[in-house]
Design a protein around this ligand. Structure first.
Ligand code: SAM
Length: 334
């Protein structure tokens, strides 16, 4: 299918006027903070890189302020996922103006699989260049972290949108969350999320948008983050195992990392197995969690996998859900 080189949208009312016309007041439960400044919506879409002739999914289009910028970049196809049906009139107006390039999925992005949203011919081999497929969104704060965790899991499995190759994402987060995702070793922001993001993606905090730029104004500033999935993850272990090791390691943030790592094991075997874990991984147990490199997390995950081979039922052990009873049950099973 060929598309015109320049596919300008017909003149449309300003998004601010549409919000007034349809009395679309922001709903707090859906974390609706609209970005209406054209300079900023343009800058956000530009942060995605070259999208011309590409396939885009926009999360939470609302009344369409980013949507119209995306369409004006001559994308081949745009799919938007929106939960709030009140936005039907402005989004249908945009879809009509788009020359059949835009379609709307009404639903919850958290339970939506994007695999069938992009055609097979847009795919690239995982080891090849990144496909011209992009996920863009001014995300609602209340789902931003669970959504990126879900998508990181899909990236690790090459499922969902990532069945089409290394699809890039450009998304907004509360500024503090954005800073945590890119936090280097040794910084106060370094946390489980830094490890989970950085072992799977090249991640960039592109710029910050002050809270006052949004309508209504949230109490926080907003970071725009760009993710490019890595060809080879830096930690070679299943997502759930990496998450478990990182979660336990950071459960005592200010203590030596061995304190958190002990929590991977029931009390009866803690002292011995944490020694084995650290020895196999060649990691200094007196480092603080935020001082550990991704390579050290990789070695810890490999070492934990070796221990799991010897004690398979440990895979189900979760110190947080125990009140001592699980410890006893596990000790009996091992
Ligand atoms: N893109 C618009 C803008 O920048 O002005 C709106 C952004 S607003 C921060 C978030 C949007 O996501 C809202 O339109 C809201 O209705 C929608 N939304 C909230 N939760 C959602 C969910 N679970 N799935 C899909 N959309 C959701």
């Amino acid at each position: 299918m060929s598309i015109p080189l320049i596919s300008r949208l017909p003149p449309l009312p300003a998004v601010r006027d549409l919000l007034n016309l349809y009395r679309l007041q922001a709903v707090k439960q859906l974390s609706q903070n609209f970005l209406l400044d054209p300079k900023l919506t343009n800058k956000l879409v530009s942060a995605a890189g070259k999208i011309t002739d590409g396939y885009v999914c926009e999360v939470g289009p609302g009344a369409g302020s980013l949507t119209r910028i995306i369409l004006s970049r001559n994308v081949r196809q745009l799919i938007v996922v929106e939960k709030d049906k009140r936005f039907q009139p402005p989004l249908e107006m945009l879809a009509e103006a788009s020359d059949d390039r835009m379609s709307v999925i009404w639903g919850d992005v958290l339970s939506h699989n994007l695999r069938n949203s992009f055609p097979q011919e847009s795919s690239c081999d995982w080891n090849d260049v990144t496909p011209n497929i992009h996920i863009i969104g001014n995300l609602p704060f209340n789902i931003a972290t669970p959504l990126i965790i879900k998508w990181l899991c899909s990236i690790s499995e090459r499922s969902d949108a990532w069945a089409h190759g290394r699809v890039r994402l450009t998304l907004t987060f509360q500024k503090e969350v954005a800073e945590r995702m890119v936090a280097p070793i040794g910084t106060s922001e370094r946390c489980r999320l830094s490890v989970m993001v950085q072992h799977l993606c090249h991640v960039q905090h592109k710029f910050t948008i002050p809270g006052r730029a949004f309508v209504p104004k949230p109490n926080v500033d907003v970071g725009v983050v760009h993710f490019t999935p890595l060809i080879v993850p830096k930690i070679k272990a299943p997502f759930s195992l990496v998450e478990k090791v990182a979660r336990n390691t950071f459960s005592f943030r200010q203590k030596y990392c061995r304190r958190g790592l002990e929590m991977l094991f029931p009390a009866s075997m803690r002292a011995e197995q944490v020694q084995t874990l650290l020895r196999l991984a060649d990691v200094d147990g007196t480092l603080r969690p935020f001082e550990l490199s991704i390579e050290e997390f990789d070695r810890l995950c490999q070492a934990y996998s070796v221990i799991l081979e010897k004690f398979p039922s440990l895979a189900r052990y979760n110190s947080r859900s125990t009140d001592g009873i699980d410890d006893i049950l596990f000790a009996e099973q091992l």
